[in-house]
Every structure is written in C-alpha cells, then in structure tokens.
Design a protein. Structure first.
Ligand SMILES: [Zn+2]
Length: 89
C-alpha cells in the first residue's frame, strides 16, 4: 500500500467495509484501508476526511477519493457490514 500509481482514488470495495445513508443510498463512511487505522472515516465530498492513524501520525489516505463501485459488485454488498448496517436503520 501507499505507492499506488493510478492516482488519488480507490474503489470502495478496496476498503472492504462501508456505511451508507439508507435514505440517499450514498456512501458516508468507510473503513480506512490503512493497516495503521482501525477506524471508520467519514467521507466529505466523496473523499476520506482528514484523520489520524492509531500510531498518531497523519493518515496518508486522507483526501483520497473513494469511488462507489457497488454497482460492479452486486453480490459482494450482501456480505458487507454496510448491508447489515443499512438494514438495521
Ligand atoms: Zn487512515
């Protein structure tokens, strides 16, 4: 991680977990892909909000755009915490 050459964006599926607003069906939080972050990170304008890693440093994933690729993964969402979370709201 950390040396992706394809630009400052990642697919939501790379994060593994996401939370969605059940009313607007938009991605509002994702699990930070950094192994130094064990936290949910809110999205602002589709980008990971500034946050700190668990070891105290600034997370390099801050500001990275998260592409919502759920449409490409019709099966995967069924297994995610996001789907469960959405269902409980
Ligand atoms: Zn992070």
């Amino acid at each position: 991680m950390g040396d992706r050459a394809c630009g400052p964006w990642i697919m939501w599926s790379h994060c593994g977990f996401g939370k969605f607003d059940p009313r607007t069906n938009t991605l509002i939080e994702v699990a930070c892909p950094s192994r130094f972050c064990a936290t949910w990170v809110p999205l602002t304008d589709g980008k990971l909000a500034d946050h700190e890693r668990t070891d105290g440093g600034h997370c390099p994933w801050s500001g990275v755009h998260v592409e919502d690729d759920r449409a490409d993964l019709p099966d995967r969402i069924i297994d995610t915490e996001a789907a469960r979370w959405s269902g409980e709201q």
